[in-house]
Ligand binder design. Sequence first.
Ligand code: PMP
Ligand code: GLN
Length: 382
Amino acid sequence: LNPLFAGLGTTIFTVMSALAVEHQAINLGQGFPDEDGPLDVREEAARVLIEGPNQYPPMMGLPALRQAVADHDRRFYGLDYDWSREVLVTSGATEALGAALIALLSPGDEVVLFEPLYDSYLPIIRQAGAVPRLVRLQPPDWSIPLDGLAAAFNARTRLVLFNTPMNPTGKVFSPAELTAIADLARAHDAYVLCDEVYEHLVFSGHAHVPIATLPGMRERTVRIGSAGKTFSLTGWKVGYLSGPAAMIGVIAKVHQFLTFTTPPNLQAGVALGLRKGGDYFAGLAAALEAKRDRLTAGLRAVGYATLPVAGSYFVTADIRGTGPALPDDDYCQWLTRHVGVAAVPVSAFYGGEAAPRHLIRFCFCKRDEILDAAIARLAQGL
Ligand code: PMP
Ligand code: GLN
């Protein structure tokens, strides 16, 4: 057995969702909406499921979906990708990340990442024999220590991997931060892999800027999107990458041996979804922003300090002084068992030593009555 994986635990999302079910807790842990996304997207997938074709789609993805991704990238960001060579469809952003990391990294390469980070990054980087260089963002605003960032780069740096809008912090990287990353990547001739699955979940006063739009970055950057987040269909596992043909071509070589392809009816539904009008995308963000405000106000009313959230599904709360004095993971266990609300400890998103133990993540992409019920339980149980 591969000791790298045999030694790993089960993901915190699975652990907390199972605990929520066991204790009939309201699950604000694992990030998934409790209302399915657009009916027309689901109807299109249902139509193709019944009418077909249901055989292997092309390895790189249905042309209709790859064209829709390229058009989406042009419409929202002015990025120009050739759909036939520069867009790849995968089974979720998770596969996109895995395939890209395996394709871009060789043993001994270094990868610059920001902590906290999404849980799938480090195991795949390590399996590739590459070495993570973690740069820790500073709460409460999750700013980048610019000296630390520069110090993380050297002649072995092959890749920068980061996530904006960011899980679990809700941070949206600013143009100045993107410029700092881009300058270092160019100076060290490094690739950039940007996990942009929450690209359309950005709130008032903030904008998502793909780093690929910065000067000299298109040729070294691959961006990743996910229909799970953009259409509130997390179980579908349809992801997509856009980037220069040379990078996408090698990532496709890995993809062909991981999954080869992704169910055709789901791809057809997502192709329809990506062609929706601007009102759909604006409405999604506005609805989530209202939920962010609702849950944040409730968390504050029961005594938590909450950290600013510019995008994503998540708000983090400072647990110090509210409820029992426990480290974040024990606190989340206690909250689920005794208060009936599940959350996720932010320390689960750290790979290095001495993670902060005073922050927990709540997911707000839930119906208003569910958010209100969670706050009522917290008001009573804390
Ligand atoms: N990256 C981040 C930052 C995420 O939060 C998620 C969410 N689950 C993923 C990747 C994986 O997305 P998918 O479900 O499309 O595999
Ligand atoms: N991205 C989701 C979260 O952060 C979980 C995805 C998963 O369970 N693998 O909650």
